[in-house]
Design a protein around this ligand. Structure first.
Ligand SMILES: Nc1nc2c(ncn2[C@@H]2O[C@H](COP(=O)(O)OP(=O)(O)OP(=O)(O)O)[C@@H](O)[C@H]2O)c(=O)[nH]1
Ligand SMILES: [Mg+2]
Length: 502
């Protein structure tokens, strides 16, 4: 459509005015810029540098502010998630399992190995797995019964009825045979079965998350955990027979808005059916109770499941595999962390014992320092080896030197605490001098070893300042209790030496 002449004239006038204004702004800005430039030329160099720095900072800050305003928080979070490390591959996990086994952590690697074995068995069987997840008592087992009239899943109004995973074979509307897992309810009072249910959800291709009202914060978190792994989810609003059509519609719209999973979440209504007792009034005044059977309503759910499994099977398998790899890797991380912690504490306690013995066995003044230096070196190397952190000889020596520097002021306190601890044991007598030193050394070793082990475990490296700060904190932690234990240990050694001599 062609615009009329007056309108075009109006646009031309508007444009001319706009251009004139722009020209004015440019001229004005240029004039100010020249004035500033003239001033700057007469100013000392340090002022010009400071001015330039200020301008650069202001520009950087402004650019960052504009970027934050233009990028909504959700997109920034999505970017961060996209940048998060990808799921480990099967080859990587297998290599880690092998390394753990070669280091003696056979039992620790077992759970991860079993996850991979289970995955291999499921791949071989080629069936689609659907996990029925959701908070307690939302009707998961009842839904299994509704889908499979022959199923014997236990149902009860008391929460926490299902205590283990039960798998059923279900035929979808299009005749596909699927495995449906009825899972223990999430977020039950003691929470012991949460992990069982969540892990099975990770092993499935598809998760049906059954709720019976709006999502609580905890339920939303549990759902996001599944969504974070990219798994398709059907969010099923259960017990729909208890809600009016209007309420259901409002709630479903709200649920869809709350679940930020986009196209990966379908929201459907389901009902496992129910029986309701009604009082029937007769014309002659008689009353009797009749049972009204409300039929199950599962078609919408079945269709949603079918739609999902009709998608690209390779993609579904890939997402399932990735989730299992995350699960296996997590299990390996957890059990290796426990294993490493146990071994690290063994190294610390054996080094502490040796430090006590070394101090007691020192033949002349100064020899104890040499012994402790050697033992400290061995302890740190042992811990670094357990946590697979490469630490050079120079690194260890510098660290030990700085650690000794830190404790110089604390030594008198440690000696006093050690002396006090020994007083609790009658008959220590003349030996006390050497023993006090030995117990103080023990306290130093115990604190240093634990601090280094904690730092290696939490950081995966040994940042010196962090480890030394932890060392100082550990030194004052339960110092009396530890001194008593170490005093007991030292005395036991003394008695042992005496009895072998006599
Ligand atoms: N009205 C109505 N009641 C239902 C429906 N589904 C389940 N119920 C009732 O809800 C209660 C809990 O049902 P279950 O099937 O045991 O729930 P669950 O989610 O398996 O429970 P847990 O295994 O304890 O987590 C029972 O009293 C059921 O009769 C439904 O669709 N409509
Ligand atoms: Mg159940």
């Amino acid at each position: 459509m062609r615009s009329s002449l007056p309108l075009r004239l109006l646009i031309a006038v508007g444009l001319s005015l706009g251009l004139a204004l722009l020209l004015l702004v440019v001229l004005y800005a240029t004039s100010i810029a020249f004035q500033v430039w003239d001033h700057l030329r007469q100013s000392p160099v340090w002022f010009v540098a400071l001015y330039a720095l200020g301008l650069a900072l202001l520009t950087g800050f402004g650019a960052r502010l504009i970027w934050r305003v233009l990028t909504p928080r959700r997109r920034r979070r999505a970017r961060r998630e996209a940048e998060s490390p990808p799921a480990p591959t099967e080859a990587e996990i297998r290599a880690r399992i092998e390394r753990a086994v070669s280091k003696g952590a056979v039992a620790e690697a077992e759970e991860a190995r079993q996850e991979l074995e289970e995955l291999a068995a499921r791949r071989e069987a080629g069936q689609i797995h659907v996990a029925l997840l959701g908070p307690v008592s939302t009707g998961k087992s009842s839904l299994v019964r509704a889908l499979l009239p022959g199923a014997t899943a236990a149902v009860s109004p008391v929460g926490g009825t299902t205590r283990e995973i039960t798998r059923y074979t279900w035929e979808s509307p299009a005749g596909d045979r699927l495995v449906i897992s009825d899972l223990p309810g999430l977020l039950e009072a003691d929470g012991t079965l949460d992990t069982v249910a969540r892990e099975e959800a990770l092993r499935a291709h598809l998760v049906v998350y059954l709720i019976e009202g709006d999502l609580t914060r905890d339920q939303l978190t549990a759902l996001h955990e599944v969504l974070a792994l990219g798994k398709p989810v059907v969010l099923a609003l259960g017990k729909s027979d208890l809600m009016s059509a209007q309420d259901q519609e409002t709630l479903r719209a709200r649920l869809a808005a709350r679940v930020a999973g986009g196209s990966r979440v379908d929201v459907v209504s389901v009902s496992a059916g129910a029986e309701r007792e009604l009082v029937r009034m007769h014309s002659d005044g008689r009353e009797d109770v009749v049972t009204r059977v409300i039929p199950p309503r599962t078609e919408e759910l079945a269709q949603a499941i079918q739609r999902r499994i009709d998608g690209d099977r390779k993609v579904l398998d890939g997402l399932r595999d990735a989730a299992v790899f995350v699960l296996a890797s997590r299990k390996l991380d957890e059990s290796l962390a426990t294993h490493r912690r146990t071994r690290a504490l063994e190294v610390v306690s054996s080094s502490t014992r040796k430090a006590i013995l070394g101090a007691m066995a020192a033949v002349s003044p100064g020899t104890d320092v040499v012994i402790q230096g050697y033992l400290g070196f061995q302890m740190l190397r042992g811990l670094a080896d357990i946590y697979e952190v490469p630490l050079s000889k120079v690194d260890v020596e510098r660290f030990l030197l700085n650690a000794s520097g830190r404790v110089n002021k604390t030594v008198p306190v440690l000696l006093a605490v050690a002396g006090n601890a020994l007083k609790a044991f009658p008959g220590v007598g003349t030996l006390t001098g050497g023993l006090v030193h030995a117990v103080a050394y023990g306290l130093l070793f115990d604190s240093l070893g634990r601090a280094v082990a904690d730092t290696l475990a939490s950081r995966g490296t040994l940042p010196e300042q962090v480890a030394l700060k932890t060392f100082e904190e550990r030194l004052s932690e339960d110092v009396e209790g530890r001194a008593r234990r170490l005093a007991k240990l030292a005395l036991a050694e003394v008695r042992l030496t005496r009895s072998t001599r006599s």
